[in-house]
Design a binder for this molecule. Structure first.
Ligand SMILES: Nc1ncnc2c1ncn2[C@@H]1O[C@H](COP(=O)(O)OP(=O)(O)OP(=O)(O)O)[C@@H](O)[C@H]1O
Length: 291
């Protein structure tokens, strides 16, 4: 007899930072004790999660992503492709930065997560899009994207967040940043870092803005005018203190449509490399996420 899909599907990325097979077992065991059937799959290649999410049986009502923000980006891409009958998204945070898990205040304990799934309370997650591609946190251009491009997967797996700090330091001292031209609702801004965010947090549990969060509508554009080492140090300190908007070099504004351009600029989406594009960044669809 063919195996009927359980209503909860857990798909984990075995190469995500902090991947923990034992956590998957603990999640399944607690779900089982709560009377909920689940299946567990592991991804086999980058991008597979998007295909899995797009092609899921409609009987799967909750898709739990065991991974980081890159895996979550793949899952939302697949859920959006379905156009409307998607499962609710849940997250078992593995991964390096886990910005969305922090943003949503999700438990990192598999048992607590199982209880949240069983409670079944969902909240809307307001996505953004760059062209056709959705993001759950942000898309950015400039110095921070240069760091993302400079950190390859093995280096990140080995050193975790330290990999970003190290590459950031070497790039800042090398002074290789480039001007980013941002067109935001008809106005042109020149800067060195430009982040369009749907979320409050950035890079970890660090507030980049006080004016939006992933569970509320509203896109913000946060720009940093220069990327000299002293400015970057001040910005990193202000970010850690949640006071970025107090810096004169930082602007934080509500936006509806943004485009990036500039010679040799790099871009990132939800912490992963994005091929540079001048496609419009806009507010996107809404999906349901387990709260
Ligand atoms: N089986 C696999 N083999 C190789 N790469 C994979 C596999 N499954 C997924 N990936 C890729 O791994 C990348 C990183 O995964 P993920 O975001 O889950 O972890 P992370 O990078 O450690 O966390 P964060 O994004 O929070 O920093 C994703 O972009 C995804 O495409």
């Amino acid at each position: 007899m063919p195996h009927e899909a359980a209503p909860i599907l857990v798909v984990a990325n075995p190469v995500a930072g902090n991947f923990n097979y034992r956590h998957l077992m603990r999640l399944a065991e607690r779900l089982d004790r709560l009377g909920l059937k689940s299946d567990i799959w592991l991804t086999r290649y980058p991008g597979e999660l998007a295909d899995i999410a797009a092609e899921l049986s409609p009987s799967v009502r909750t898709l739990v992503v065991g991974g980081g923000d890159g895996s979550i980006n793949e899952a939302i891409t697949g859920i959006i492709r379905r156009g409307g009958d998607g499962p609710a998204l849940s997250i078992l945070p593995f991964g390096t930065a886990n910005v969305l898990a922090h943003e949503l205040g999700l438990p990192f304990s598999p048992e607590k997560l199982a209880e949240r799934i069983a409670a079944g309370r969902t909240t809307p997650l307001y996505l953004g899009t760059v062209g056709e591609r959705p993001f759950s946190l942000m898309v950015s251009a400039g110095f921070d994207a240069d760091i993302v491009h400079a950190v390859d997967a093995p280096f990140k797996r080995r050193w975790g967040k330290i990999a970003y700090g190290w590459r950031g330091l070497t790039l800042a001292l090398a002074g290789t940043g480039r001007d980013v031209t941002v067109t935001a609702d008809g106005e042109t801004i020149r800067c060195r870092i430009a982040v369009v965010t749907t979320a409050r947090f950035y890079g970890g549990p660090l507030a980049i803005t006080r004016h939006t969060r992933a569970t509320k509508p509203g896109l913000r554009l946060v720009t940093l005018a220069d990327d000299r080492p002293a400015t970057l140090l001040r910005a990193a300190t202000a970010l850690a203190l949640g006071r970025l908007d107090r810096l004169a070099t930082v602007q934080d504004r509500a936006v509806t449509e943004v485009r990036f351009s500039g010679e040799g600029i790099r871009m990132q989406i939800d912490g992963d490399r994005l091929e540079t594009t001048d496609a419009p960044v806009r507010a996107g669809p809404i999906i349901e996420v387990i709260a």
